[in-house]
Design a protein around this ligand. Structure first.
Ligand code: NA7
Length: 535
Protein backbone atom coordinates (compact mmCIF):
# COMPACT_ATOMS: atom_id res chain seq x y z
CA UNK A 1 0.00 0.00 0.00
CA UNK A 2 1.56 3.29 -1.04
CA UNK A 3 0.64 6.36 0.93
CA UNK A 4 -0.93 8.97 -1.31
CA UNK A 5 0.60 11.93 0.49
CA UNK A 6 4.03 13.39 -0.08
CA UNK A 7 5.70 12.67 3.27
CA UNK A 8 7.24 9.20 3.21
CA UNK A 9 6.39 7.11 6.24
CA UNK A 10 8.69 4.36 7.46
CA UNK A 11 5.91 1.78 7.45
CA UNK A 12 2.33 1.38 6.43
CA UNK A 13 1.65 -0.43 9.67
CA UNK A 14 3.37 -0.90 12.99
CA UNK A 15 2.10 -3.95 14.86
CA UNK A 16 2.82 -4.19 18.58
CA UNK A 17 3.28 -7.75 19.85
CA UNK A 18 4.30 -11.05 18.24
CA UNK A 19 1.81 -13.50 19.73
CA UNK A 20 -0.99 -15.21 17.82
CA UNK A 21 -2.51 -11.80 16.92
CA UNK A 22 0.64 -9.99 15.79
CA UNK A 23 1.81 -12.88 13.62
CA UNK A 24 -1.44 -13.26 11.73
CA UNK A 25 -1.81 -9.46 11.37
CA UNK A 26 1.64 -9.32 9.81
CA UNK A 27 0.72 -12.10 7.40
CA UNK A 28 -2.46 -10.31 6.30
CA UNK A 29 -0.75 -6.91 6.05
CA UNK A 30 1.86 -8.43 3.76
CA UNK A 31 -0.83 -9.93 1.56
CA UNK A 32 -2.12 -6.37 1.09
CA UNK A 33 1.32 -5.32 -0.05
CA UNK A 34 1.87 -3.24 3.07
CA UNK A 35 5.24 -2.52 4.61
CA UNK A 36 4.73 -3.70 8.17
CA UNK A 37 6.97 -4.04 11.20
CA UNK A 38 6.22 -5.98 14.36
CA UNK A 39 7.79 -4.83 17.62
CA UNK A 40 8.00 -7.44 20.35
CA UNK A 41 9.37 -6.87 23.86
CA UNK A 42 10.27 -10.54 24.39
CA UNK A 43 13.43 -12.20 23.13
CA UNK A 44 11.21 -14.64 21.24
CA UNK A 45 7.80 -14.75 19.59
CA UNK A 46 4.71 -16.34 21.14
CA UNK A 47 3.27 -13.68 23.43
CA UNK A 48 1.52 -15.22 26.40
CA UNK A 49 2.95 -18.64 25.41
CA UNK A 50 6.44 -17.22 25.45
CA UNK A 51 6.15 -15.84 28.98
CA UNK A 52 3.93 -18.34 30.83
CA UNK A 53 6.40 -21.22 31.21
CA UNK A 54 5.44 -22.25 34.72
CA UNK A 55 5.22 -26.00 35.44
CA UNK A 56 1.92 -27.40 34.19
CA UNK A 57 1.11 -24.43 31.89
CA UNK A 58 -1.36 -25.57 29.30
CA UNK A 59 -4.34 -24.29 27.34
CA UNK A 60 -7.90 -24.81 28.63
CA UNK A 61 -9.28 -25.11 25.08
CA UNK A 62 -8.64 -28.34 23.18
CA UNK A 63 -5.68 -28.33 20.78
CA UNK A 64 -7.64 -29.04 17.61
CA UNK A 65 -9.69 -25.92 18.28
CA UNK A 66 -7.07 -23.59 19.79
CA UNK A 67 -5.14 -23.14 16.55
CA UNK A 68 -5.20 -21.07 13.37
CA UNK A 69 -7.64 -21.92 10.60
CA UNK A 70 -6.56 -19.34 8.00
CA UNK A 71 -4.45 -21.90 6.14
CA UNK A 72 -5.94 -25.29 5.33
CA UNK A 73 -2.43 -26.63 4.61
CA UNK A 74 -1.23 -25.52 8.03
CA UNK A 75 -4.11 -27.11 9.89
CA UNK A 76 -3.69 -30.31 7.90
CA UNK A 77 0.05 -30.65 8.42
CA UNK A 78 0.36 -29.78 12.12
CA UNK A 79 -0.02 -32.76 14.47
CA UNK A 80 -1.08 -32.12 18.05
CA UNK A 81 0.06 -34.69 20.56
CA UNK A 82 -2.28 -34.03 23.50
CA UNK A 83 -5.95 -33.21 23.94
CA UNK A 84 -4.95 -29.99 25.74
CA UNK A 85 -1.64 -28.69 24.44
CA UNK A 86 1.11 -27.79 26.88
CA UNK A 87 2.89 -24.44 26.72
CA UNK A 88 6.02 -25.87 25.02
CA UNK A 89 3.92 -27.50 22.30
CA UNK A 90 1.91 -24.33 21.63
CA UNK A 91 5.13 -22.32 21.45
CA UNK A 92 6.58 -24.84 18.97
CA UNK A 93 3.42 -24.47 16.90
CA UNK A 94 3.69 -20.65 16.88
CA UNK A 95 7.36 -20.87 15.87
CA UNK A 96 6.44 -23.29 13.10
CA UNK A 97 3.82 -20.84 11.79
CA UNK A 98 6.31 -17.97 11.82
CA UNK A 99 8.81 -20.00 9.83
CA UNK A 100 6.29 -21.48 7.45
CA UNK A 101 4.97 -18.04 6.47
CA UNK A 102 8.38 -16.40 6.57
CA UNK A 103 7.27 -13.89 9.19
CA UNK A 104 10.44 -13.50 11.25
CA UNK A 105 12.17 -11.04 8.93
CA UNK A 106 9.62 -8.33 9.80
CA UNK A 107 9.61 -8.97 13.54
CA UNK A 108 11.95 -7.00 15.74
CA UNK A 109 12.49 -8.78 19.06
CA UNK A 110 13.64 -7.32 22.38
CA UNK A 111 12.07 -4.03 21.40
CA UNK A 112 9.57 -2.47 23.74
CA UNK A 113 7.17 0.17 22.45
CA UNK A 114 7.21 3.11 24.84
CA UNK A 115 5.03 5.71 23.13
CA UNK A 116 2.70 5.91 20.15
CA UNK A 117 1.50 9.39 19.19
CA UNK A 118 -0.94 10.30 16.43
CA UNK A 119 0.03 13.11 14.07
CA UNK A 120 -3.04 14.90 12.77
CA UNK A 121 -1.21 16.75 9.98
CA UNK A 122 -0.67 13.62 7.89
CA UNK A 123 -2.80 10.98 9.65
CA UNK A 124 0.16 8.99 10.84
CA UNK A 125 1.57 7.47 14.01
CA UNK A 126 4.98 8.12 15.49
CA UNK A 127 6.04 5.06 17.48
CA UNK A 128 8.94 5.26 19.86
CA UNK A 129 10.61 2.09 21.07
CA UNK A 130 13.54 1.62 23.44
CA UNK A 131 15.74 1.49 20.31
CA UNK A 132 14.35 3.90 17.73
CA UNK A 133 11.46 6.06 16.52
CA UNK A 134 9.45 5.18 13.41
CA UNK A 135 6.40 6.52 11.60
CA UNK A 136 3.51 4.54 10.17
CA UNK A 137 0.05 5.11 8.75
CA UNK A 138 -1.55 2.60 11.10
CA UNK A 139 -0.78 1.50 14.63
CA UNK A 140 -2.16 -1.95 15.42
CA UNK A 141 -2.07 -3.23 18.97
CA UNK A 142 -1.60 -6.99 19.24
CA UNK A 143 -0.59 -6.66 22.86
CA UNK A 144 -2.71 -9.49 24.26
CA UNK A 145 -5.37 -9.70 26.94
CA UNK A 146 -3.27 -11.43 29.60
CA UNK A 147 0.22 -10.05 29.11
CA UNK A 148 0.68 -7.46 31.81
CA UNK A 149 1.44 -9.49 34.93
CA UNK A 150 0.04 -8.38 38.28
CA UNK A 151 2.03 -8.70 41.50
CA UNK A 152 0.19 -7.43 44.57
CA UNK A 153 2.00 -4.92 46.73
CA UNK A 154 2.70 -6.73 50.01
CA UNK A 155 4.60 -5.06 52.82
CA UNK A 156 8.18 -6.15 53.24
CA UNK A 157 8.37 -8.03 49.92
CA UNK A 158 11.84 -6.59 49.24
CA UNK A 159 13.17 -7.95 52.53
CA UNK A 160 12.40 -11.59 51.69
CA UNK A 161 15.69 -13.47 51.31
CA UNK A 162 14.26 -16.41 49.35
CA UNK A 163 13.53 -16.58 45.65
CA UNK A 164 10.37 -15.11 44.10
CA UNK A 165 8.73 -15.95 40.77
CA UNK A 166 5.62 -14.86 38.88
CA UNK A 167 3.87 -17.53 36.80
CA UNK A 168 3.47 -15.04 33.94
CA UNK A 169 7.22 -14.25 33.85
CA UNK A 170 8.72 -17.67 34.44
CA UNK A 171 12.51 -18.14 34.03
CA UNK A 172 13.40 -19.77 30.72
CA UNK A 173 15.88 -22.13 32.31
CA UNK A 174 13.10 -23.51 34.55
CA UNK A 175 13.11 -23.75 38.33
CA UNK A 176 14.07 -26.75 40.43
CA UNK A 177 12.12 -26.66 43.69
CA UNK A 178 13.69 -29.86 45.04
CA UNK A 179 14.50 -29.59 48.72
CA UNK A 180 12.69 -26.28 49.07
CA UNK A 181 9.83 -24.98 51.16
CA UNK A 182 7.67 -23.22 48.62
CA UNK A 183 4.73 -20.83 48.99
CA UNK A 184 2.22 -20.25 46.20
CA UNK A 185 0.00 -17.16 46.33
CA UNK A 186 -3.07 -17.46 44.11
CA UNK A 187 -5.44 -20.20 43.06
CA UNK A 188 -6.66 -19.09 39.61
CA UNK A 189 -5.78 -21.13 36.50
CA UNK A 190 -2.02 -20.59 36.89
CA UNK A 191 -2.07 -21.70 40.53
CA UNK A 192 -4.37 -24.64 39.80
CA UNK A 193 -2.06 -25.85 37.03
CA UNK A 194 1.25 -25.29 38.80
CA UNK A 195 0.38 -26.37 42.37
CA UNK A 196 0.15 -30.14 41.58
CA UNK A 197 3.48 -29.99 39.72
CA UNK A 198 5.32 -27.98 42.38
CA UNK A 199 3.90 -30.24 45.12
CA UNK A 200 5.58 -33.25 43.51
CA UNK A 201 8.98 -31.57 43.52
CA UNK A 202 9.17 -29.36 46.59
CA UNK A 203 9.87 -30.63 50.09
CA UNK A 204 6.96 -28.64 51.38
CA UNK A 205 4.29 -26.50 49.73
CA UNK A 206 2.06 -23.89 51.38
CA UNK A 207 -0.79 -22.52 49.28
CA UNK A 208 -2.12 -19.10 50.29
CA UNK A 209 -5.73 -19.03 49.10
CA UNK A 210 -7.87 -15.88 49.05
CA UNK A 211 -10.75 -17.22 46.96
CA UNK A 212 -11.42 -20.92 46.54
CA UNK A 213 -11.63 -22.04 42.92
CA UNK A 214 -14.03 -24.17 40.94
CA UNK A 215 -12.10 -26.57 38.76
CA UNK A 216 -13.21 -29.35 36.43
CA UNK A 217 -10.87 -32.19 35.50
CA UNK A 218 -9.19 -31.87 32.11
CA UNK A 219 -8.96 -35.64 31.53
CA UNK A 220 -5.97 -34.69 29.43
CA UNK A 221 -4.01 -37.33 27.60
CA UNK A 222 -2.52 -38.22 24.24
CA UNK A 223 -4.70 -37.12 21.36
CA UNK A 224 -6.06 -40.17 19.56
CA UNK A 225 -4.35 -40.08 16.12
CA UNK A 226 -7.42 -41.64 14.52
CA UNK A 227 -9.65 -38.90 15.94
CA UNK A 228 -7.21 -36.23 14.75
CA UNK A 229 -7.18 -37.76 11.24
CA UNK A 230 -10.96 -37.91 11.20
CA UNK A 231 -11.34 -34.27 12.31
CA UNK A 232 -8.98 -33.22 9.55
CA UNK A 233 -11.31 -34.72 6.95
CA UNK A 234 -13.93 -32.18 8.08
CA UNK A 235 -11.86 -29.41 9.66
CA UNK A 236 -13.57 -26.57 7.79
CA UNK A 237 -16.99 -27.83 8.87
CA UNK A 238 -15.82 -28.08 12.49
CA UNK A 239 -14.52 -24.51 12.41
CA UNK A 240 -17.77 -23.30 10.84
CA UNK A 241 -19.84 -25.08 13.48
CA UNK A 242 -17.64 -23.58 16.22
CA UNK A 243 -18.18 -20.08 14.87
CA UNK A 244 -21.89 -20.44 15.64
CA UNK A 245 -21.37 -21.49 19.24
CA UNK A 246 -21.68 -18.96 22.04
CA UNK A 247 -17.96 -19.12 22.90
CA UNK A 248 -16.51 -19.99 19.51
CA UNK A 249 -15.54 -23.55 20.44
CA UNK A 250 -17.01 -26.82 21.61
CA UNK A 251 -19.32 -27.77 18.73
CA UNK A 252 -18.07 -31.37 19.11
CA UNK A 253 -19.82 -31.44 22.47
CA UNK A 254 -22.43 -28.72 22.13
CA UNK A 255 -23.85 -26.67 24.97
CA UNK A 256 -27.39 -27.65 25.86
CA UNK A 257 -30.22 -25.28 25.09
CA UNK A 258 -32.59 -26.42 27.84
CA UNK A 259 -33.03 -24.94 31.30
CA UNK A 260 -31.93 -26.35 34.64
CA UNK A 261 -35.28 -25.28 36.10
CA UNK A 262 -37.13 -27.60 33.69
CA UNK A 263 -35.13 -30.69 34.71
CA UNK A 264 -35.65 -33.08 37.63
CA UNK A 265 -32.87 -33.43 40.24
CA UNK A 266 -32.02 -36.87 38.78
CA UNK A 267 -31.80 -35.49 35.25
CA UNK A 268 -29.56 -32.69 36.43
CA UNK A 269 -27.28 -35.08 38.32
CA UNK A 270 -26.95 -37.28 35.22
CA UNK A 271 -26.21 -34.28 33.03
CA UNK A 272 -23.54 -32.92 35.37
CA UNK A 273 -21.94 -36.35 35.73
CA UNK A 274 -21.72 -36.66 31.95
CA UNK A 275 -20.17 -33.21 31.61
CA UNK A 276 -17.75 -33.91 34.48
CA UNK A 277 -16.69 -37.11 32.74
CA UNK A 278 -16.16 -35.23 29.47
CA UNK A 279 -14.13 -32.67 31.43
CA UNK A 280 -13.04 -29.10 30.87
CA UNK A 281 -14.99 -25.94 30.12
CA UNK A 282 -17.78 -28.00 28.52
CA UNK A 283 -19.14 -28.28 32.05
CA UNK A 284 -20.61 -24.78 31.80
CA UNK A 285 -22.67 -25.89 28.79
CA UNK A 286 -24.79 -28.26 30.91
CA UNK A 287 -27.76 -25.87 30.91
CA UNK A 288 -28.54 -22.66 29.09
CA UNK A 289 -29.29 -20.73 32.26
CA UNK A 290 -26.18 -21.50 34.34
CA UNK A 291 -24.88 -17.94 34.03
CA UNK A 292 -28.35 -16.39 34.03
CA UNK A 293 -30.16 -17.90 37.00
CA UNK A 294 -28.69 -17.99 40.49
CA UNK A 295 -30.67 -21.07 41.56
CA UNK A 296 -29.54 -23.00 38.51
CA UNK A 297 -25.97 -21.92 39.14
CA UNK A 298 -26.09 -22.90 42.81
CA UNK A 299 -27.18 -26.46 41.96
CA UNK A 300 -24.23 -26.84 39.59
CA UNK A 301 -21.91 -25.23 42.15
CA UNK A 302 -23.03 -27.70 44.80
CA UNK A 303 -22.32 -30.56 42.39
CA UNK A 304 -18.71 -29.34 42.13
CA UNK A 305 -18.45 -28.90 45.91
CA UNK A 306 -19.57 -32.51 46.36
CA UNK A 307 -16.75 -33.54 43.99
CA UNK A 308 -14.30 -31.54 46.10
CA UNK A 309 -15.53 -33.21 49.31
CA UNK A 310 -15.11 -36.60 47.63
CA UNK A 311 -11.59 -35.81 46.42
CA UNK A 312 -10.15 -34.22 49.57
CA UNK A 313 -9.74 -36.46 52.62
CA UNK A 314 -9.53 -33.83 55.35
CA UNK A 315 -13.03 -32.28 55.78
CA UNK A 316 -11.66 -28.92 57.02
CA UNK A 317 -9.41 -28.60 53.97
CA UNK A 318 -12.24 -29.70 51.67
CA UNK A 319 -14.47 -27.03 53.17
CA UNK A 320 -11.80 -24.36 52.69
CA UNK A 321 -11.32 -25.45 49.07
CA UNK A 322 -15.07 -25.20 48.39
CA UNK A 323 -15.92 -21.97 46.59
CA UNK A 324 -18.98 -19.93 47.50
CA UNK A 325 -19.14 -17.41 44.65
CA UNK A 326 -21.18 -17.98 41.49
CA UNK A 327 -19.75 -20.90 39.48
CA UNK A 328 -18.05 -19.60 36.32
CA UNK A 329 -18.11 -15.99 37.47
CA UNK A 330 -14.36 -16.14 37.79
CA UNK A 331 -13.02 -18.19 34.90
CA UNK A 332 -13.61 -21.90 35.51
CA UNK A 333 -10.32 -23.76 35.93
CA UNK A 334 -9.43 -27.00 34.18
CA UNK A 335 -7.07 -29.18 36.17
CA UNK A 336 -5.14 -32.39 36.52
CA UNK A 337 -5.23 -33.58 40.12
CA UNK A 338 -5.63 -30.14 41.73
CA UNK A 339 -7.93 -30.93 44.66
CA UNK A 340 -6.25 -34.32 45.25
CA UNK A 341 -2.92 -32.53 45.70
CA UNK A 342 -4.19 -31.30 49.07
CA UNK A 343 -4.19 -34.93 50.30
CA UNK A 344 -0.40 -34.93 50.17
CA UNK A 345 1.43 -34.70 53.49
CA UNK A 346 3.76 -32.00 52.15
CA UNK A 347 0.94 -29.64 51.06
CA UNK A 348 -0.78 -27.14 53.37
CA UNK A 349 -3.58 -24.69 52.70
CA UNK A 350 -3.66 -21.28 54.38
CA UNK A 351 -6.86 -19.27 54.13
CA UNK A 352 -6.12 -15.59 53.52
CA UNK A 353 -9.70 -14.56 52.71
CA UNK A 354 -10.52 -12.84 55.97
CA UNK A 355 -6.94 -12.49 57.23
CA UNK A 356 -4.94 -11.22 54.24
CA UNK A 357 -1.21 -11.81 53.96
CA UNK A 358 0.17 -9.31 56.49
CA UNK A 359 3.70 -8.98 55.24
CA UNK A 360 6.85 -10.64 54.07
CA UNK A 361 9.76 -11.10 56.43
CA UNK A 362 13.32 -12.10 55.58
CA UNK A 363 12.31 -15.72 56.13
CA UNK A 364 8.79 -15.95 54.74
CA UNK A 365 5.20 -14.77 54.91
CA UNK A 366 3.13 -13.69 57.92
CA UNK A 367 -0.60 -14.43 58.10
CA UNK A 368 -2.67 -13.81 61.20
CA UNK A 369 0.49 -13.43 63.29
CA UNK A 370 1.97 -16.76 62.11
CA UNK A 371 5.18 -16.77 60.15
CA UNK A 372 5.46 -19.37 57.37
CA UNK A 373 9.14 -19.97 56.61
CA UNK A 374 9.80 -20.34 52.90
CA UNK A 375 12.71 -20.72 50.50
CA UNK A 376 10.72 -19.59 47.46
CA UNK A 377 7.44 -17.81 46.74
CA UNK A 378 5.46 -18.18 43.53
CA UNK A 379 3.08 -15.36 42.67
CA UNK A 380 0.26 -16.96 40.68
CA UNK A 381 -1.53 -13.66 41.03
CA UNK A 382 -2.64 -13.07 37.46
CA UNK A 383 -2.72 -10.09 35.19
CA UNK A 384 -3.85 -6.54 34.71
CA UNK A 385 -6.12 -8.04 32.07
CA UNK A 386 -7.26 -6.57 28.77
CA UNK A 387 -6.21 -2.96 29.39
CA UNK A 388 -2.91 -3.40 31.29
CA UNK A 389 -0.61 -3.82 28.29
CA UNK A 390 -2.25 -0.92 26.43
CA UNK A 391 -2.13 1.42 29.40
CA UNK A 392 1.57 0.72 29.94
CA UNK A 393 2.29 2.44 26.62
CA UNK A 394 1.90 6.21 26.33
CA UNK A 395 -0.70 6.19 23.54
CA UNK A 396 -1.90 9.60 22.44
CA UNK A 397 -4.52 10.47 19.86
CA UNK A 398 -5.88 13.76 18.56
CA UNK A 399 -4.72 16.84 20.50
CA UNK A 400 -2.49 14.72 22.71
CA UNK A 401 -5.41 12.84 24.26
CA UNK A 402 -3.93 9.97 26.32
CA UNK A 403 -5.69 6.61 25.97
CA UNK A 404 -5.11 5.80 29.63
CA UNK A 405 -6.76 9.09 30.64
CA UNK A 406 -9.67 8.56 28.31
CA UNK A 407 -10.06 5.10 29.86
CA UNK A 408 -9.58 6.25 33.46
CA UNK A 409 -13.14 5.22 34.34
CA UNK A 410 -12.92 2.05 32.24
CA UNK A 411 -12.16 1.21 28.60
CA UNK A 412 -14.34 2.79 25.91
CA UNK A 413 -14.25 1.28 22.44
CA UNK A 414 -16.40 0.62 19.43
CA UNK A 415 -16.50 -3.16 18.87
CA UNK A 416 -13.31 -3.47 20.91
CA UNK A 417 -11.52 -2.54 17.67
CA UNK A 418 -10.97 1.19 18.01
CA UNK A 419 -11.56 4.19 20.24
CA UNK A 420 -12.85 7.69 19.43
CA UNK A 421 -10.03 10.23 19.22
CA UNK A 422 -7.48 7.63 18.05
CA UNK A 423 -7.63 7.51 14.24
CA UNK A 424 -5.85 4.75 12.31
CA UNK A 425 -5.49 2.81 15.55
CA UNK A 426 -6.75 -0.74 15.90
CA UNK A 427 -6.79 -3.09 18.85
CA UNK A 428 -6.91 -6.84 18.24
CA UNK A 429 -9.31 -8.46 20.72
CA UNK A 430 -9.60 -5.24 22.68
CA UNK A 431 -11.98 -4.62 25.59
CA UNK A 432 -15.55 -4.61 24.29
CA UNK A 433 -14.95 -7.61 22.02
CA UNK A 434 -15.57 -11.29 22.97
CA UNK A 435 -11.80 -11.96 23.31
CA UNK A 436 -11.22 -13.94 26.51
CA UNK A 437 -14.82 -15.15 26.57
CA UNK A 438 -14.35 -16.72 23.17
CA UNK A 439 -11.80 -19.14 21.80
CA UNK A 440 -8.90 -16.69 21.53
CA UNK A 441 -7.32 -17.91 18.28
CA UNK A 442 -10.48 -17.75 16.11
CA UNK A 443 -11.41 -14.47 17.85
CA UNK A 444 -8.01 -13.10 16.85
CA UNK A 445 -8.42 -14.32 13.28
CA UNK A 446 -11.87 -12.74 13.06
CA UNK A 447 -10.47 -9.38 14.21
CA UNK A 448 -7.42 -9.52 11.97
CA UNK A 449 -9.54 -10.47 8.96
CA UNK A 450 -11.91 -7.59 9.71
CA UNK A 451 -9.03 -5.10 10.04
CA UNK A 452 -7.38 -6.42 6.86
CA UNK A 453 -10.63 -6.08 4.89
CA UNK A 454 -11.03 -2.56 6.25
CA UNK A 455 -7.46 -1.62 5.24
CA UNK A 456 -8.04 -3.12 1.80
CA UNK A 457 -11.21 -1.03 1.45
CA UNK A 458 -9.26 2.09 2.41
CA UNK A 459 -6.50 1.16 -0.01
CA UNK A 460 -8.88 0.77 -2.94
CA UNK A 461 -10.69 4.01 -2.13
CA UNK A 462 -7.59 6.13 -1.55
CA UNK A 463 -8.62 6.75 2.08
CA UNK A 464 -6.01 7.55 4.71
CA UNK A 465 -7.97 8.04 7.89
CA UNK A 466 -10.46 5.98 9.88
CA UNK A 467 -11.86 7.08 13.20
CA UNK A 468 -14.54 5.78 15.53
CA UNK A 469 -17.72 7.83 15.72
CA UNK A 470 -18.61 9.10 19.21
CA UNK A 471 -22.24 7.99 19.12
CA UNK A 472 -21.28 4.52 17.89
CA UNK A 473 -18.77 4.15 20.72
CA UNK A 474 -21.19 5.35 23.40
CA UNK A 475 -23.86 3.01 22.14
CA UNK A 476 -21.45 0.06 22.01
CA UNK A 477 -20.19 0.59 25.56
CA UNK A 478 -23.82 0.61 26.72
CA UNK A 479 -24.52 -2.60 24.83
CA UNK A 480 -21.50 -4.43 26.29
CA UNK A 481 -22.56 -3.47 29.82
CA UNK A 482 -26.25 -4.14 29.28
CA UNK A 483 -25.50 -7.63 28.00
CA UNK A 484 -23.20 -8.39 30.95
CA UNK A 485 -25.86 -7.12 33.35
CA UNK A 486 -28.32 -9.74 32.13
CA UNK A 487 -25.93 -12.41 33.44
CA UNK A 488 -24.30 -13.42 36.72
CA UNK A 489 -20.83 -12.36 35.52
CA UNK A 490 -20.77 -9.01 37.36
CA UNK A 491 -21.53 -10.75 40.70
CA UNK A 492 -17.93 -11.44 41.79
CA UNK A 493 -14.49 -9.81 41.77
CA UNK A 494 -13.12 -11.27 38.55
CA UNK A 495 -10.40 -10.03 36.24
CA UNK A 496 -13.10 -9.75 33.54
CA UNK A 497 -14.21 -6.75 35.61
CA UNK A 498 -10.74 -5.53 36.47
CA UNK A 499 -11.63 -6.24 40.09
CA UNK A 500 -8.39 -8.16 40.77
CA UNK A 501 -6.25 -5.03 40.46
CA UNK A 502 -6.62 -2.50 43.31
CA UNK A 503 -7.86 0.86 42.01
CA UNK A 504 -8.81 -0.44 38.56
CA UNK A 505 -12.32 0.69 37.53
CA UNK A 506 -14.91 -2.03 37.80
CA UNK A 507 -16.18 -2.44 34.24
CA UNK A 508 -17.06 -5.69 32.51
CA UNK A 509 -14.68 -5.85 29.53
CA UNK A 510 -15.48 -8.82 27.24
CA UNK A 511 -18.53 -8.83 24.94
CA UNK A 512 -20.70 -11.79 25.83
CA UNK A 513 -21.62 -13.58 22.64
CA UNK A 514 -19.26 -14.50 19.87
CA UNK A 515 -21.78 -15.17 17.03
CA UNK A 516 -23.81 -12.00 17.68
CA UNK A 517 -20.59 -10.04 17.78
CA UNK A 518 -19.28 -11.50 14.51
CA UNK A 519 -22.61 -10.73 12.79
CA UNK A 520 -22.40 -7.15 14.06
CA UNK A 521 -18.85 -6.71 12.71
CA UNK A 522 -19.90 -8.12 9.34
CA UNK A 523 -22.89 -5.79 9.25
CA UNK A 524 -20.73 -2.76 10.08
CA UNK A 525 -18.34 -3.59 7.22
CA UNK A 526 -21.20 -4.28 4.79
CA UNK A 527 -22.74 -0.90 5.65
CA UNK A 528 -19.64 1.04 4.60
CA UNK A 529 -18.06 0.83 8.04
CA UNK A 530 -21.03 2.25 9.85
CA UNK A 531 -19.92 3.86 13.12
CA UNK A 532 -16.53 4.80 11.71
CA UNK A 533 -15.68 8.00 9.84
CA UNK A 534 -13.47 7.35 6.84
CA UNK A 535 -11.78 10.12 4.88
P1 NA7 B 1 -6.14 -15.14 38.14
O1 NA7 B 1 -7.18 -16.02 37.61
O2 NA7 B 1 -6.40 -13.68 38.17
O3 NA7 B 1 -5.79 -15.67 39.61
C1 NA7 B 1 -5.00 -14.91 40.47
C2 NA7 B 1 -5.06 -15.51 41.85
O4 NA7 B 1 -4.22 -14.75 42.72
C3 NA7 B 1 -6.45 -15.48 42.46
O5 NA7 B 1 -6.65 -16.66 43.17
C4 NA7 B 1 -6.37 -14.27 43.37
O6 NA7 B 1 -7.30 -14.29 44.41
C5 NA7 B 1 -4.97 -14.41 43.88
N1 NA7 B 1 -4.45 -13.17 44.45
C6 NA7 B 1 -4.22 -12.00 43.84
N2 NA7 B 1 -3.75 -11.09 44.70
C7 NA7 B 1 -3.69 -11.71 45.91
C8 NA7 B 1 -3.28 -11.31 47.20
N3 NA7 B 1 -2.87 -10.06 47.44
N4 NA7 B 1 -3.34 -12.22 48.19
C9 NA7 B 1 -3.77 -13.46 47.96
N5 NA7 B 1 -4.17 -13.90 46.76
C10 NA7 B 1 -4.13 -13.03 45.74
O7 NA7 B 1 -4.77 -15.33 37.34
P2 NA7 B 1 -4.18 -16.63 36.64
O8 NA7 B 1 -2.83 -16.30 36.17
O9 NA7 B 1 -4.32 -17.81 37.50
O10 NA7 B 1 -5.13 -16.87 35.41
C11 NA7 B 1 -5.44 -15.81 34.50
C12 NA7 B 1 -6.03 -16.38 33.25
O11 NA7 B 1 -4.99 -16.93 32.45
C13 NA7 B 1 -6.96 -17.54 33.43
O12 NA7 B 1 -8.25 -17.17 33.80
C14 NA7 B 1 -6.92 -18.21 32.09
O13 NA7 B 1 -7.77 -17.55 31.20
C15 NA7 B 1 -5.51 -18.01 31.66
P3 NA7 B 1 -8.78 -13.64 44.21
O14 NA7 B 1 -9.53 -14.60 43.33
O15 NA7 B 1 -8.56 -12.31 43.52
O16 NA7 B 1 -9.32 -13.50 45.55
Amino acid sequence: MRTPDAIPLDFDAVIVGAGFAGLYMLHRARELGMRARVFEAGAGIGGTWYWNRYPGARCDIESLEYSYQFSEELQQEWEWTERYASQPEILRYIEHVAERFDLLRDIQLETRVLTAHFRDSDNSWTVETDHETVTARYCIMATGCLSSSHTPAIEGAESFQGKTFHTGRWPHEGVDFSGMRVGVIGTGSSGVQSIPMIAKQADDLTVFQRTATYSVPAHNGPLDPEYQREVKTRYAALRAANSHTHLGFGSEYPASDDLSADATPEQRETRYQQRWQRGGLHFMGAYLDLMLDRDANEIAAEFVRAKIRAAVKDPTTAELLSPRQVLGCKRLCVDTGYYETFNRDNVHLVDVSSNPIERFTERGIVVDGNEYELDAVVFATGFDAMTGALNRIDIRGIDGLALREKWAAGPRTYLGLGSKGFPNFFIITGPGSPSVLANMVPAIEQHVDWIAECLSHMQSNQLTRIEVDQAAEDDWVDQVNALADTTLYPSCNSWYLGANVPGKPRVFMPYLSYPIYVAKCDEVAANDYEGFELS
